[in-house]
Design a protein around this ligand. Sequence first.
Ligand code: MG
Length: 219
Amino acid sequence: MTKTEPELLVSNPAGQVYVHRLVPLPSQTYVGRPALFLDRDGVVNYDSHYVSDPASIRLLDGVVSVVTRCNDIGIPVFVVTNQSGISRGFYDWSDYDRVTHRLVSIMGPLSKFTAIYANSYHHEQASQGWRKPGPNMLLQSSIDYGVDLASSFLVGDRLSDIQAAYNAGLLQAAHVLSGSHSTERANIKSWLAQTAENQSRFSCLMLNTLQHFDPPCYF
Ligand SMILES: [Mg+2]
């Protein structure tokens, strides 16, 4: 497999944004198509907290089949991940790059991500919308590949993932319990309830794992 070099999208003193494009640009393949957005840690792979060792990467149940199904029906799959461990000094972008290549490798040849967006911001405000719940990684994928956000779907294990979907104009998302944050479901339900009037346009499925997610039903 050809090694995909990460492309730097944004850099300032508070953090950076990189993308690995597994489908190179320019690409017209997905213009106007819905996309599947996946958070990384706790959705694609086990979240061992500040994942930085490629050897520790283990895929969660269901992810390979979901991505393969999306590939089969022409739905691009984007990974959007907050990596504040970089700005906190726990690891660096070269560690992140090695983890990314390990992840792509173990997904296998029939289960392909379209692109993987990551930001290293620690503070939400300083991130200017790049750190989830900010929408910028999702918006950037739409700029890059022309995907239709309103018909897209996001799966996450944190409230901030679900809020990023909402903030990017998605109408649907799913929360999975495969992450290690046991309080998040309650936080999501509370957030949905607090703002139900304003958010009648937005729905969030409550699933156990990605094994319970069948892509053709949602696009
Ligand atoms: Mg997560």
